[in-house]
Write a protein of this length. Structure first.
Length: 735
């Protein structure tokens, strides 16, 4: 258990790192500086400073790679102290095109006291960096004329078509006889003299035919010199009268030997020619120490600039490793455990704390289920404390702890404060033996944390098919239905000691999604005795009020919500009228957000006298409403149990329902009711059949009442107590 806790902590830490870094990267993109076309003011400075001189001098750096130790802290101070007019990067001044790399470069360039010109290199094009470079600095290829020299910057990455650049070169260099011409490219056009540890790439002009054509063009246009980068070395050679210099020692990974070393160039253009001076930046006196130092500079720069990428990748691998470990090596117990450390009977009534996100006075399946379980447990002498959201008009009850609400949406959703200090203190003062959780988030999560804190078992009842509530969640529907909903249930259930579900089908679902905690099937019980009491006067009065013309009464009990398929049911009522079915009236008990929509549907389809939205009915009065009805109808497929089905059966009503996970455990087709596929025509046929057959209604109603007897609240509460005792036996209280 300790190892599992450590793994969970590591998982959460790395998940937080991944989420934070992704959020940070999104933040960087959204809050990118307004800097635009920074090379324009740099060119203007260079033109102003070189206008009165017949000599132009500049420093050239290549493969700086966001280097902090070499480029920023060693080469830039040397350039600042020199007499050069400006600095040129011949490519790969960044080690990636991400927003974080660009921001780091701007910080480095802020230390440079000279103006600068940049060549678009391979690294600048990575991580969608092309548009960033274009927006922040300028075009990928351009030209600058300064006195007696023209500087031409090409895009050798392949982002810009080579034929376009070659045509552009002809346009700007044709007739350029008075100036020296230096071309800068991020990839070498001619391979370096010395072999390098990493084979250099030759960029857009790498194929023999393209390279031959390009070299011929340079010779034809009278280019004097090509300066390139793309390899961590220095090379100087003349081919067909053009001097080719490769410089790649301003940062990055160098071997610090005679071939690969830190350096930059000083270039001076005078009336008599072009002078190039290679300035070697030695770091340590011995080769071994220089190589170690070079490796350190490289790693240091990677961490300094790319630490977020490193952490993101590392944390991603950690998460993947934990996931694979859990999938491949963690033992799972799919069968019930018979190895307990003692009896789960404490010899006294239990204290149970129940955490739920919905409760009375809100009327819904979960709140009614909890209310019945609470009542059944209390009748057996157990002490129950319900922790739930605060509702307006809620009755004061010392056994119900109302938590302040942070957010509400409609009548159903109330998000209570999951870190409420007073609630935590009250639960600790209650000293629960067991904590029972009815939702896998918010107050459910609060209860799970408290169970771990005080060392008592956590029991989770799976009430709700979350995947069918995607319309209430601000996520893409398919993503929530297919992934998120099942992940939430699986993760939460596996952190609990025992899981309770209402039907065998629901148990199969829980297992299918990967829940390996022990699972018990206990459907919510019904107060059977309430349906055995008949008050003829009350029944007659209600009949006269709701059904004065003596029609056959259909009844349903449902929250007026989209997931309850009430549109389906209303459409069936329209079809029954069209078929001239025996006179009927539908009573809908319940309220919700869809009331306005349903009222409009009723009016638009002339159902005003055939469908009555009764609204919320006190639970004590529900049996009377059921006793005046003839058939219970139900169309929802979002139930895990459908308690109202059992209520209707206890009242002796035949049931017509859509086949779903909450129905098949209770309604036996053609015995206690009719169960159909989710098809409007088929479901309408079933209702019509019972409307016309008195004998079938009567026989199915009697069978339904007999079947409901085994599902009393007492049996339900006793079964849940067995689950509590099992949990206590397997995981005894730590104190």
């Amino acid at each position: 258990m300790k190892r599992r806790g450590i793994l969970s902590l590591v998982f959460l830490i790395n998940l937080a790192i991944v989420v934070t870094i992704l959020g940070y990267r999104a933040y960087l993109s959204v809050t990118a500086p307004e800097a635009s076309a920074l090379l324009v003011p740099q060119i203007e400075r260079i033109e102003a400073e070189t206008r009165a001189s017949d000599t132009v001098s500049f420093a050239v750096v290549g493969e700086a790679n966001n280097s902090i130790g070499v480029f920023e802290r060693r080469i830039i101070p040397l350039i600042n102290a020199s007499s050069v007019d400006f600095m040129v990067s011949v490519g790969n001044i960044l080690n990636g095109g991400g927003e974080d790399k660009h921001r780091a470069l701007l910080g480095t360039l802020s230390h440079l006291q000279k103006p600068y010109l940049l060549t678009f290199g391979e690294n600048e094009s990575e991580e969608f960096g092309s548009s960033r470079f274009y927006q922040r600095f300028g075009p990928h290829f351009y030209s600058v004329a300064l006195g007696g020299v023209r500087l031409v910057f090409l895009d050798s990455t392949g982002r810009t078509p080579t034929d376009w650049q070659e045509r552009w070169l002809r346009d700007i260099l044709s007739g350029e006889n008075t100036r020296r011409v230096i071309v800068f490219a991020g990839h070498p056009v001619i391979e370096p003299v010395e072999d390098t540890f990493f084979e250099p790439t030759l960029g857009a002009w790498s194929s023999p035919a393209a390279r031959s054509r390009f070299l011929s063009l340079l010779q034809e246009l009278g280019v004097d010199m090509v300066i390139s980068s793309g390899a961590a070395t220095y090379s100087d050679q003349t081919v067909d009268g053009i001097r080719h210099i490769l410089t790649g020692g301003a940062g990055g990974f160098v071997m610090n030997d005679e071939t690969s070393f830190y350096h930059y160039l000083n270039v001076a253009i005078t009336p008599t020619g072009i002078a190039v001076d290679m300035v070697r930046t030695d770091t340590s006196p011995t080769l071994a120490v220089r190589q170690i130092e070079g490796l350190w500079f490289f790693i240091y720069s990677l961490f300094y600039v790319g630490i977020w990428n490193f952490l993101l990748i590392f944390s991603g691998f950690v998460l993947l490793g934990i996931y694979l470990f859990n999938r491949l090596f963690r033992e799972r117990q799919y069968y019930p455990s018979y190895d307990s450390s003692g009896t789960g009977d404490l010899g006294r009534p239990l204290r149970i704390a129940m955490f739920t996100n919905t409760y009375l006075p809100f009327i819904g399946g979960v709140s009614l289920s909890i209310s019945r379980l609470k009542a059944g447990l209390e009748r057996q002498g157990h002490e129950v404390l319900v922790i739930c959201p605060r509702y307006p008009g809620g009755k004061e009850d010392r056994t119900v702890l109302r938590v302040p609400v942070l957010v509400r949406s409609g009548e159903m959703i109330r998000i209570a404060n999951p870190v409420h200090i007073q609630t935590r203190r009250a639960v600790l003062d209650f000293h629960p033996d067991v904590i029972h959780l009815h939702h896998p988030f918010w107050l459910g999560s609060m209860g799970l944390r408290l169970a771990r804190t005080i060392g008592v078992p956590a029991i989770f009842t799976y009430h709700t098919r979350l995947e069918l509530y995607s319309h209430r969640v601000p996520l893409p529907g398919a993503l929530f239905r297919n992934v998120v909903a099942h992940w939430v249930i699986r993760r939460f259930a596996n952190q609990c000691d025992q899981v309770v579900v209402p039907t065998p089908v629901t148990r199969d679902y829980i297992r299918l999604i990967g829940v390996h905690a022990p699972v018990h099937v206990y459907p919510t019980g019904v107060e059977i005795e309430q349906y055995e009491i008949n008050d003829p006067c009350q029944i007659a009065e209600l009949n006269a009020q709701l059904n004065p013309d003596g029609r056959l009464l259909l009844i349903t009990i449902s929250r007026l919500s989209k997931e309850k398929s009430l549109d389906f049911m209303m459409s069936a009522m329209v079809e029954l009228k069209r078929r001239n079915a025996p006179p009927f009236r539908l009573l809908v008990l319940g309220d919700g957000d869809e009331r306005t929509h349903l009222n409009k549907f009723i009016c638009d389809n002339d159902l005003t006298n055939d469908v009555h939205l009764v609204g919320n009915v006190c639970s004590d009065e529900v049996p009377t409403y059921l006793q005046i009805a003839d058939i219970f109808v139900f169309a929802s497929s979002s139930e895990t149990q459908g308690m109202v089905i059992l209520e209707a059966m206890a009242a002796g009503l035949p049931v017509v329902a859509v086949q779903s996970s909450g129905i098949d455990a209770f309604v036996v087709n053609k015995r206690t009711g009719l169960v159909t596929i989710d098809n409007l025509g088929v479901w309408t046929d079933a209702v019509h059949a019972l409307l016309v057959s008195t004998s079938e209604r009567h026989a199915m109603g009697l069978a339904a009442r007999d079947a409901a007897q085994q599902h009393s609240v007492e049996n339900f509460a006793s079964g849940i107590v067995t689950v509590y005792q099992t949990a206590l036996a397997v995981r005894p209280k730590s104190n």
